[in-house]
Design a protein around this ligand. Structure first.
Ligand code: SAH
Length: 244
């Protein structure tokens, strides 16, 4: 029996943004694993086993998925957005590194629309010039690394996408991030708060960074800090394609 492990991105929320390739993989799957709210986005059907699990169970989930695929099952691990962006694909490869017995399992990674791109499209074109993405969660890296990356990204004049900006377990980090960006001279830059984009709860707001408050972000928000040239045209925000 030759099983298959597919690591797939479900996009930011709207069913219209699930790629046809990912839909086809889900239609063929025998098992779907993932964080419970993402597995809940997969329609149940006869012959499909759903395996929802808790947040922060990435390595256990990856091991279970590799094991099922090694037994010959057609397994799909789901992430929101893109599976390679702060998500399950890296967790599967970390697990593979530790368990050589799964080295021969067939694996494929199917891209999805990451939150940053869906948020940028709603605002206009804030990623039209050079940009970077930073995960503000300090679960898997020290906060000092996050501070350093924020400072250097501001100095390099990148537009900055911030994932996982603020959670109940980390209420202070995002406020500190705003302080660091202000100290780095970004107070006049435009900041975009894109909440639950492409879902019925979507809300998108753009304002000068100096007016931003930490409570404007939560775990369903993708934040984009513009570069120094990012500007408004009508209701849109965009980064010009040229830089000095
Ligand atoms: N793999 C995902 C990111 C997982 S990290 C992707 O590629 O999009 C989870 C973070 O993504 C959230 O804290 C939030 O910052 C962002 N996010 C995910 N879905 C979102 C949505 N619909 N709207 C805004 N931000 C979203």
């Amino acid at each position: 029996m030759s099983g298959l492990l597919t690591i797939a991105g479900l996009g930011p929320g709207s069913a219209a943004l699930v790629t046809p390739e990912v839909s086809a993989a889900l239609a063929d799957a025998t098992d779907v694993l993932g964080y419970a709210p993402y597995v809940a986005r997969v329609a149940p059907r006869e012959g499909l086993r759903l395996h929802p699990s808790d947040n922060r169970m990435e390595l256990e989930r990856a091991g279970e998925a590799l094991n099922l695929a090694a037994e010959g099952r057609n397994v799909v691990v789901v992430s929101s957005g893109d599976p390679g962006v702060f998500a399950m694909a890296a967790a599967v490869f970390e697990t593979l590194e530790s368990y050589p017995q799964w080295q021969d399992v067939a694996i494929r990674v199917l891209p999805g629309v990451t939150a940053m791109l869906a948020a940028a499209a709603r605002a206009g074109a804030p990623l039209g010039h050079d940009f970077c993405a930073i995960n503000l969660s300090d679960n898997l890296k020290p906060w000092s690394t996050i501070e350093k990356r924020l400072r250097l990204a501001a100095e390099a004049d990148f537009a900055i996408a911030l994932y996982n900006p603020r959670s109940a377990s980390r209420p202070a980090g995002f406020g500190r991030a705003l302080e660091i960006l202000t100290e780095a001279g970004c107070g006049e830059r435009i900041i975009i708060f894109a909440h639950a984009v492409t879902t019925p709860r979507e809300r998108v707001e753009a304002l000068p960074l100096r007016d931003a408050r930490p409570e404007m972000a939560d775990m369903a928000t993708l934040v984009i800090v513009g570069n120094s040239a990012t500007r408004r045209v009508g209701r849109w925000v965009y980064a010009p394609r040229r830089a000095s």
